[in-house]
Design a protein around this ligand. Structure first.
Ligand code: MCA
Ligand code: AMP
Length: 496
């Protein structure tokens, strides 16, 4: 396979990435990542403390150049989730910025500081013209893992998704073809760097193309307006919550209107962008937002092509190289493109993951032959476009673009001494898409734990984005004769 980052190998003076005060050309990135990669010899897997910074990009590129799989860690991960990820992925070292304060859970791992210039004494191979330490990336097996990205399921702790170099390259190249994405594009983004959207599409994507990425550090309407407008950005990637906030701001922000109107490409993904937000953005700016559909396990599957008209739930047609079929509940493959026949989306192609780390049974269960079962349910329109209509598992919640399993939050809540029983659901939320609601039977009805205490408890064990946004107290959870909680029977009164 060809190298993942031809522009890094070419070491040009073109800008590669910028985040806050930090900026690197491709030549500088090659030296920083090359020298760091040279220090990873003998490490089987490396954790990356994935702050929203240039250092995270350097760390991940270094690992990939050296052929060492990277495990991006959410720097806000709570103690239980962090312990699980470290126990499961067993990294040999952690890459972090020199200023980062790491939690106690990482204390046992050797720490390697990520510099933005070549750190330590430079190996001879890193002089201005010599090869990068990967000694030619084409020598690294394209099937070997590039990344291990943790993703939530309906129950149990998150699973590590093994993403090969082949899958990363195939998916990024398919997107480049569909979106005419080139080295001339300057991508603006503010997504977290420990998931596929922000890291693979948002960082590795522009670097594979030889273009530039500007990361805002944190999402803000002002930041997007600044970088996309006079800042020279041409493309924006975001989750629906971000586009919702941009749409809210358009009515009294002329600069934002001009910035979005002047962009070449606005892309939304990770969850459905409501039509109302599509319409508000199109009406104010004349630009339509392109929706693409993907998953940690599959990288990107489909996309609306630029200029295509948004329709509710519509995520376009399969990307080059991706095969997609709908399968009904009896296992029959649906042939009709009639906008009515509903089936599970199954996909196959070079974009697929290689399996879940340490979980052969979960991997086997996720496939129907060589087709991956996404769990998403869709119809196909007459023109072949895919329209998502739901998910098979009701216990998966999408909040702010994050996938969150109800089961992991329920288990965390049950560990609180003030909670006797707990059930977690997702409810519609105009900003987050869905908000996490905890239904709690207190251990002592006269002194139930307060909402903020439960939110902090979940944030501390798992992650802040998994915290309940509302807590509702009950005397008992509705259960069937077998004792199983009937979430559909939870009271609707009081839901907002
Ligand atoms: C609040 N905070 C807390 C607590 N409450 N911290 C600890 N304990 C608490 N009890 C902190 C938060 O950490 C955060 O800090 C700040 O307060 C605000 O939190 P929150 O309200 O949750 O954030 P938000 O402003 O609502 O975030 C909206 C967002 C975010 C920016 C849109 O949801 C986001 O970044 N979403 C992106 C998700 C994503 O990348 N998904 C990709 C996976 P601070 O502000 O300092 O952070 S899906 C994927 O990859 C597939 C392949 C695909 O298709 O794309
Ligand atoms: P994750 O496992 O966190 O990577 O999330 C993947 C899931 O996000 C998919 O299975 C879909 O349910 C959802 N998703 C991603 N993109 C879209 C989109 N454009 N519209 C609706 N849902 C989406």
């Amino acid at each position: 396979m060809s190298e993942l980052f031809p522009a890094v190998a070419a070491r040009s003076d073109r800008p590669a990435l910028r985040c806050g005060a930090d900026s690197l050309t491709y030549g500088e990135l090659a030296r920083a990542a090359g020298s760091l990669g040279a220090r990873l010899g003998g490490v089987e897997r490396v954790a990356v403390w994935a702050t929203p910074s240039a250092r995270t990009a350097v760390a991940v590129v270094a690992a990939l150049l050296a052929g060492v799989p990277a495990v991006p860690l959410n720097p806000r991960t709570g103690e239980r989730e962090l312990a699980h990820i470290l126990g499961d992925s067993a990294p040999g070292a952690v890459l972090a910025g020199p200023e980062d304060i790491l939690p106690a859970g990482l204390a046992k791992l050797p720490r390697i500081d990520v510099g933005l210039d070549a750190t330590g004494s430079l190996p001879a191979a890193l002089d201005a013209t010599g090869p990068l330490p990967a000694a030619g990336e084409e020598e690294i097996d394209s099937e070997s893992p590039a990344l291990v990205v943790y993703t939530s399921g309906t129950t149990g702790p998150p699973k590590g998704v093994l993403l090969s170099r082949r899958a990363v390259a195939a998916s990024l190249d398919a997107l480049a073809e569909a979106w005419a994405w080139t080295a001339d594009d300057v991508l603006v983004h503010a997504l977290p760097l420990f998931h596929v959207h922000g890291l693979v599409l948002g960082i590795l994507g522009p670097l594979r193309r030889g273009g530039e990425v500007r990361h805002l550090g944190a999402f803000s309407v002002e930041g997007v307006a600044r970088e996309l407008g006079a800042g020279g950005g041409t493309v924006l990637f975001g989750v629906p919550t971000m586009y919702h906030r941009l749409a809210d701001a358009l009515s009294d922000d002329e600069g934002l209107v001009r910035a979005l109107a002047g962009a070449r490409l606005l892309v939304s993904g990770s969850a459905a962008l409501p039509v109302h937000d599509h319409e508000r953005i199109a009406a104010a700016t004349g630009r339509t937002v392109v929706e693409r559909y993907g998953m940690t396990e599959t990288l990107m599957n489909t996309s609306v092509r630029p200029g295509g008209q948004p329709r509710p739930g519509t995520v376009g047609t399969p990307l080059p190289g991706v095969e997609l079929r709908l399968v009904d509940e009896d296992g029959s493959v649906l042939g009709a493109c009639d906008g009515e026949a509903v089936g599970e989306v199954q996909v196959r192609g070079p974009n697929l993951f290689s399996g879940y780390l340490n979980r052969p049974e979960a991997t086997a269960a996720a496939f129907d032959g060589d087709w991956f079962r996404t769990g998403d349910v869709a119809v196909r329109e007459a023109d072949g476009t895919v329209r998502l209509v739901g998910r098979r598992a009701t216990d998966l919640i999408k909040s702010g673009g994050y996938k969150i399993g109800a089961g992991e939050i329920e288990n965390a809540l049950l560990d609180h001494p003030g909670v006797r029983e707990a059930a977690v659901t997702g409810e519609p939320d105009p900003d987050l898409g869905e908000r996490i609601v905890a239904w709690v039977v207190p251990a002592d009805a006269s002194a139930p734990p307060v909402e903020t205490e439960l939110a902090d408890h979940v944030a501390g064990l798992l992650a802040p984005h998994k915290r309940p946004r509302a807590v509702r107290y009950l005397d008992a959870l509705p259960r069937n004769d077998m004792g199983k909680v009937l979430k559909k029977a939870l009271p609707t009164a009081g839901r907002t």
